[in-house]
Ligand binder design. Structure first.
Ligand code: SF4
Ligand code: SF4
Length: 185
C-alpha cells in the first residue's frame, strides 16, 4: 500500500470534525476493524481506518479530497464494529458536508446524484425517478445515461411518467427550509 505523506497538523480541522460529528476521533486506536468490515473498501483510495488516522493528525486536504468519503455507502458496518464506540459512519457523513463547504469534492457525479435525489424528495416528498434521473444526467452533462432502461421500467410499472406527490409534501418542504435557514444562519 502506498505510503501517505503527512503535512503539518491542522488542529482547527480536528476540533471542527469532533464538534460537528460529536465523535472523539482521538479515541481510535487503529485496530482496523472498520476497514475489515467495510464492503466498499475495495474501491477506496484510503481505507476508512486510515481516514481516522489522518483525522487524528489533522490532514484536512488529504481527507476532504479523498474519494473514499464519497464512495462510502453509509451502511454503518464500521460504526457497529468499532470497539471504541465511535460512530465512524457519522464521521464520514460530516466529512462529505465539510468537503462540499470547502469546495473540495472529488466525486462530482456522486454529489450530483445526492442533489438530484434530494431535490426530488423536496418537490414531491418522495423520489420521482424520471425527474431525478433527468436532473442527474443534466448536472453530469450525460443526457442519455441509462436512457435505454426507461421504456422497460415504464412498461413494467417500476417507474411512472408523471410525479406523484405524497400527502404531506408541504411538511417535507418545511423540513428542507428549516435546514437551509439553520445552515445559512
Ligand atoms: S459506512 Fe461507509 S466506511 Fe463505514 S463500513 Fe459502510 S461503506 Fe464502509
Ligand atoms: S474500528 Fe474504531 S478503533 Fe478500530 S480503527 Fe476503526 S475507528 Fe479506529
Amino acid at each position: 500500500m502506498e505510503t501517505i505523506r503527512v503535512e503539518s497538523i491542522d488542529r482547527d480541522f480536528i476540533r471542527a470534525v469532533e464538534e460537528e460529528s460529536g465523535q472523539k476521533v482521538s479515541q481510535c486506536y487503529q485496530c482496523g476493524n472498520c476497514t475489515a468490515g467495510c464492503p466498499l473498501n475495495f474501491v477506496y483510495d484510503i481505507p476508512v481506518h486510515q481516514i481516522m488516522r489522518l483525522l487524528q493528525v489533522g490532514q484536512k486536504e488529504k481527507v476532504l479530497r479523498s474519494h473514499a468519503i464519497w464512495l462510502c455507502a453509509t451502511c454503518e458496518t464500521c460504526t457497529t464494529r468499532c470497539p471504541r464506540e465511535i460512530d465512524v459512519a457519522r464521521v464520514m457523513d460530516i466529512l462529505r458536508i465539510m468537503a462540499r463547504r470547502e469546495r473540495m469534492v472529488s466525486e462530482k457525479g456522486i454529489q450530483s446524484f445526492y442533489d438530484s435525489f434530494l431535490d426530488s424528495v423536496k418537490s414531491h416528498g418522495r423520489l420521482y425517478e424520471i425527474g431525478g434521473i433527468m436532473k442527474y444526467n443534466l448536472h453530469t452533462r450525460r443526457p442519455f445515461t441509462a436512457a435505454e432502461l426507461g421504456p422497460k421500467l415504464l412498461g413494467k410499472g417500476k417507474i411512472h411518467f408523471f410525479p406523484k406527490n405524497i400527502k404531506g409534501v408541504g411538511a417535507v418542504k418545511e423540513i428542507f427550509e428549516r435546514f437551509a435557514k439553520k445552515r445559512d444562519s
